[in-house]
Every structure is written in C-alpha cells, then in structure tokens.
Design a binder for this molecule. Structure first.
Ligand code: HEC
Length: 109
C-alpha cells in the first residue's frame, strides 16, 4: 500500500535534476565526478561534473542509462530517483528533437 503510494508519487512528480545530483553525490560518484570535491579525475569529469547544475546536458542518450548501471547495489529509493530521472530526461530530449527537426537539406544520412 505504502509502496504503491510512493511509486505513484514518484511517477506523478519526476525528480528535479538537483535531487538526482544529491543521490549521486551520496552514492560514491562524487569522489570522481564532482570538481567541487576533486579535479584530478579528468576522465570522469569529462563524462559529467556534479558541480554543474546542468551536469547531465553534456551526456549522450547512450550514457544516461549507464548512470543506473554504475549505481550498482544501492537503496531502492535511490535507484528509483535515478531511473525516473533518466526516463524523464530521455523523454524530454526526444520531445525537443521532434519539435525542432534538423534542416531537410542537411545532406546525406
Ligand atoms: C573511481 C572514480 C569513479 C567513481 C567513484 C565513479 N566514476 Fe563514473 N567514470 C569514471 C571514469 C574514469 C569514467 C570514464 C571511463 C569509463 O567509462 O569508465 C567514468 C564514466 C562514467 C559514465 C560514462 C560511461 C560511458 O560509457 O560513457 C557514467 C554514466 C558514470 N561514470 C557514472 C558513474 C556513477 C553513477 C557513479 C557513482 C555510482 C560513478 N560513475 C562513480 C570514474 C568514476
């Protein structure tokens, strides 16, 4: 009953980017993916940097689902926040692309 309610709430209100950030920050990702804490992990920061409020903008559609994979074995609630964020982000990107198609004369495929 409670779980169903939480699930319904999670679906109704996709988490803001900030919530995912705080989940990732307390899931161990911050040691490499947060330049506010450390700038030495340049390879990791190139993928995303949690210091940036728009940290996920530079990530590709392929990379977003990997966030969840790298979470590994974390509390269900944390995984749900990340999963819901990825779903929402991918859906938003698809909608944006659909509403602004590339110019028809953009050459070969
Ligand atoms: C010990 C340092 C370190 C930690 C901790 C770390 N990462 Fe990374 N991460 C990297 C490095 C280095 C790369 C780039 C090379 C690679 O793909 O592994 C990377 C790449 C990634 C990518 C892009 C993968 C791709 O194929 O493009 C994602 C997504 C990612 N990390 C998510 C996470 C998440 C989520 C966490 C926390 C649960 C995390 N990382 C924790 C170092 C780290």
């Amino acid at each position: 009953m409670m779980v169903g309610l939480l699930l319904a709430m999670a679906i109704a209100a996709p988490p803001a980017k900030g919530d995912v950030r705080s989940v990732l920050r307390r899931s161990g990702c911050q040691t490499c993916h947060d330049s506010a804490l450390s700038v030495e992990h340049t390879d990791a920061l190139e993928q995303f940097d949690l210091k940036d409020p728009k940290w996920s903008d530079g990530m590709t559609d392929r990379q977003l689902p990997i966030l969840l994979q790298r979470m590994g074995d974390r509390p269900k609630a944390d995984l749900a926040v990340v999963r819901s964020f990825i779903d929402t982000e991918l859906r938003t990107r698809r909608t944006k692309r659909a509403s602004s198609p590339p110019p028809a004369s953009s050459g070969t495929q």
